[in-house]
Design a protein around this ligand. Structure first.
Ligand code: DX5
Ligand code: ZN
Length: 227
């Protein structure tokens, strides 16, 4: 079985008690904190920045996976590195110099990822597959949680999986948008090995039970065990 990672998107967490939410979701067995950064410019929504990343960093040793939905990209990268991000991913259309942005992220001591919107072609991988650590395939248009999974993402995942396997490097293939208990196995079969899930996890429980996410994270893992 592949080394599958579950990455709750805190976009759907209760922001009034974000620290508790992070502690609870990691205690439930999730692997990665997915941190969605939106700027009301590249995407039509506004979320959280480096200050929030810095505030949550001491709460967990888990990887903080920063998904930048911002334009321009480069100015904010060092701020997230200082705030404790482990992986920083960006949309190639939002950077004027993609190779330079990848270099900047790595110089700052972080792993670098490229993010593909549903209609963004994969040719952006052509000359950077030897440098990146993660490919993130969007299975919804970016900007909001709670949208429906776009099935064409499965074809895209298969294509990227083939390219990653052919290049032989250890590159995470992450999927983001509309991932649920009832489709995660099919998505894994298409080649993903990291699964962002926002609404599926955080709307599964609303109480103050520190084990409130055990059931849903367990159900996601049980589905992955069938692959
Ligand atoms: C969308 C974000 C996603 C989103 C996923 O722009 O990148 O991470 O929060 O949410 P769900 O799992 O609810 O589709
Ligand atoms: Zn995201």
């Amino acid at each position: 079985m592949a080394n599958y990672r579950i990455a709750p998107s805190i976009l759907s967490a209760n922001f009034a008690k974000l620290g508790e939410e992070i502690t609870a979701v990691i205690a439930s067995g999730a692997d990665i904190i997915h941190f969605d950064v939106m700027d009301n410019h590249y995407v039509p929504n506004l979320t959280i920045g480096p200050l929030v990343c810095e505030a949550i960093r001491p709460l967990t040793k888990a990887i903080i996976d920063v998904h930048l939905m911002v334009e321009p990209v480069d100015r904010i990268v060092p701020d997230f590195a200082k705030a404790g991000a482990n992986i920083i991913s960006f949309h190639p259309e939002a950077s004027r110099h993609i190779d330079r942005t990848i270099g900047l992220i790595k110089e700052q001591g972080c792993k670098a990822g490229l993010v593909f919107n549903p209609a963004t072609p994969l040719h952006y991988l052509d000359h950077v597959l030897d440098k990146i650590d993660l490919v993130l395939i969007m299975s919804v248009n970016p900007g909001f949680g709670g949208q429906k999974f776009i099935p064409e993402a499965l074809n895209k995942l298969r294509a990227v999986r083939a390219r990653i396997d052919a290049c032989g490097r250890d590159i995470i293939l992450e999927v983001d948008g509309g991932v649920k208990v009832d489709n995660i196995a099919e998505i894994a079969r298409a080649g993903a090995d990291a699964f962002v899930a926002g609404s599926a996890i955080f709307s599964a429980a609303k109480d103050s039970d520190p084990h409130r996410y055990d059931t849903v994270v367990g159900a996601l893992r049980a589905e992955l065990a069938k692959v």
